[in-house]
Every structure is written in C-alpha cells, then in structure tokens.
Design a protein. Sequence first.
Length: 140
Amino acid sequence: MAGYLDSQRVVLAPATLGFTPDVQVLLSITRLDSGVSQPAILDAQWRLIDRRGQVRDNRIIHLQEQHAGSTASQVQAQGVLLQRLAEQLSAALKPLANQPPVADVPRKSAPVQVKPAEQERQPKIPMASPVRTDMEMFRF
C-alpha cells in the first residue's frame, strides 16, 4: 500500500499514540482461494473512514485470476489478486489523503474574575433577613 500511495505514513492498527490518520481502512477479505481446475478468487469489502469518523467509501469487490493448475501458479495468481486489491484500494484512498485537519472546537473560556472596582459599580441587592415578631406559632 505504501508503494501505491507513495507514502511512508501507512500504519497498521492500532496506531501509535499521537498518530492521527488521514483515512482509516477497514478491510475484510472473505475469500482468497483457488483449486487445480478453479481460478484464484478474491472476495473482499472495504470501508474508508475519514478523520471526522464519516464513512467516505464502502465497496465490495470480486476478483478472479486464471492459473496453470500447479501449486506455485495458484499462489502466484493469489498474489496477483492481492496486488490488484491494493491498486484499487489505493486509487480509492488517494482523493482522501492529506485532508485538512479537523477544526478545533472552540473551548469555553474560563470564567472571568470580577475586579473589586467593577463589583462596586454593580447594583447591590439587599440580603434577605428574617423578620422577628413577638408572635408564637403553635402546630397541632
């Protein structure tokens, strides 16, 4: 993948601490096999997720490659399928590479301390005080 993307920023998950990927690739290969008289077959699905966590691409692919029937030719055909998968995946990744960074959400500023001079200018509200009377209250 690094060769097709011409980048050294290809990292296996889980990424190292502090690394923010431009795109995360979720790849699932559901089939990669062949037989003496059957072609090599690759079935896979990928999902590309950008920095914001949005799914940008979701694709299911089915690839086939003919071979001569020997074990060596089957393995070679499966390798060709994996290379074609990498080519298609890198073509889907290139438009998403080097995205602008996600804008930081503005943080709430710390509460501003009111200076004593400003406190004097603000109107003062009288504090409530209990009213005392000579009456007594009885409850039954």
